[in-house]
Write a protein that binds this ligand. Structure first.
Ligand code: SF4
Ligand code: SF4
Length: 294
């Protein structure tokens, strides 16, 4: 006796088909966002339908093909092209040509010209992952610059204990905090929110500066893994914050003061639990600096 019989063999992605497309962990072509842009590739003007992005039934494949065709038609018939003004740019004087930014950018918006990084501002999405990775501070978005973010960090006065500085990604974590407020759901006032386009924008230097300015805890939160609006921005953030976490003890900061969370825009209840739980944990650790020997 069983509840369900599936009369279908498993599908495997075909490799080596001669098209240079980004693929996900299972080998299928990667879409820009599984919910919001399911037939668009991360690269503008490239569309994906049906089983190219993963196993699907015929009805879904047909619906996706119609959606992709409609997007292509719109693209070809419009007499102008709208682009997002969010993009990054390079200070060639600071750039040492290490190409780290190029390896981080999943939109292939960066190329090296005469040993310097150059951003294709039409293809760039302005996520800022490249900026957080650059060892020389040579690349950053036009908006949400390092100086702007650091100035917000420094302005957040320590009038609560514990005080949490939270870097929240625009699309999920910030939207979730916003929704929580709109729904009049209460959460501790100990949190000060800084909006960033992507969790991948958070430079470890921002976190250290927050601690230097007296924050008792830092929260970095973004979209759930595999749902990042910038493909791998949250994965980059996860790796960066894990590396930073391993270094915090060396400078006398309890690693538990840095928390990383992935959250949906609709998860208000969870957002409250995360903030409340972090506040309680920080109360147990004590104010920043209390772990240092007297
Ligand atoms: S990571 Fe920074 S220094 Fe290295 S190539 Fe890119 S912009 Fe230049
Ligand atoms: S990593 Fe993001 S901000 Fe940097 S060039 Fe690529 S798309 Fe633009």
């Amino acid at each position: 006796e069983c509840d369900l019989i599936i009369l279908s063999v498993g599908l495997e992605a075909e490799s080596g088909i001669g098209i240079d497309m980004q693929t996900g962990a299972n080998g299928f072509m990667q879409v820009a966002h599984p919910k919001l842009r399911p037939v668009e590739a991360p690269t503008d003007g490239v569309f994906i339908a049906g089983c190219a992005s993963g196993p699907k039934d015929i009805q879904t494949s047909i619906a996706q093909a119609a959606a992709a065709a409609s997007k292509v038609k719109t693209l070809l018939t419009d007499d102008h092209l709208e682009i997002d003004p969010m993009s990054a740019h390079v200070d060639a004087d600071k750039c040492i040509g290490c190409a780290i930014c190029m390896s981080v950018c999943k939109f292939e918006s960066i190329r090296m010209v005469h040993g310097k990084a150059v951003v294709d501002e039409l293809a760039c999405k302005g996520c800022g992952s490249c900026s957080a990775a650059c060892p020389r501070g040579a690349i950053e978005p036009y908006m949400h610059t390092d100086a702007q973010i650091l100035s917000q960090v420094r302005t957040l006065t320590k009038n609560e204990c514990p005080l949490i500085i939270a870097f929240l990604c625009n699309w999920c974590a910030y939207a979730c905090a916003d929704l929580t407020g709109v729904l009049h759901i209460r959460y501790p006032t100990n949190i000060r929110v800084i909006r960033v386009m992507c969790a991948g924008r958070v430079n470890p230097g921002f976190v250290l500066e927050a601690f230097r300015c007296g924050a008792d805890g830092v929260l970095v939160a973004g979209c759930k893994i595999s749902e990042c609006h910038y493909i791998h921005g949250n994965v980059n953030a996860e790796h960066r914050m894990a590396a930073l976490s391993g270094l915090l003890a060396g400078v006398g900061i309890d690693a538990a003061r840095l928390r990383v969370e992935w959250i949906d825009a609709s998860e208000s209840k969870r957002f409250v639990e995360i903030v409340s739980g972090f506040v309680d944990e920080l109360k147990g650790i004590g104010p920043i600096g209390s772990e240092l020997p007297v």
